[in-house]
Design a protein around this ligand. Structure first.
Ligand code: FES
Ligand code: FES
Length: 149
């Protein structure tokens, strides 16, 4: 399942999930950064957990629920994060932001009121070359407040 849609692909078992999403299914919102599980640009959720799709063979997600940036706003947590991102104007160049948003949504689903330290741990490894870290942290707090209201 990808963004609540059943998807069948005919590809080698070891093909990275990122390749399948971008090249086979046409979901190009998920970005390629390092290809080595080091930058977080390719983050999607699999059964609710954030994973690096560049380092995840497609065979590992057979029968599981994958959510990409294209589908992340389909529930109230994802929508709240997207709205907070817009209100605080988080994005600079934007390249890292799909992975940042997907990671933030996974964090808030697991921990609805994260501390700064919780955010730093959860978002560690999502590299932003534009240095938007402070706005990302503020937007996660903003989304948490909106969800609690
Ligand atoms: S592209 Fe996957 S972690 Fe960098
Ligand atoms: S907004 Fe440019 S890399 Fe993060």
């Amino acid at each position: 399942m990808v963004n609540d849609r059943a998807v069948t692909v005919d590809v080698p078992d070891q093909m990275p999930l990122l390749w399948v999403l971008r090249d086979e299914i046409g979901l190009t919102g998920t970005k390629y950064g390092c290809g080595r599980s080091l930058c977080g640009a390719c983050t999607v959720t699999v059964d609710g957990q954030p994973v690096r799709s560049c380092a995840t063979p497609v065979s590992a997600v057979d029968g599981k629920a994958v959510v990409t940036i294209e589908g992340i706003g389909d529930d109230k947590v994802g929508l709240a994060v997207q709205e907070a991102w817009q209100r605080l104007d988080v994005v600079q160049c934007g390249y890292c932001q799909p992975g940042q948003i997907v990671s933030a949504v996974a964090l808030l689903r697991a921990n609805p009121r994260p501390s700064d330290a919780d955010i730093d741990v959860a978002m560690n490894g999502c590299i932003c070359r534009c240095g938007t870290y402070m706005r990302i942290r503020a937007a996660i707090h903003e989304a948490a407040r909106a969800l609690a209201a």
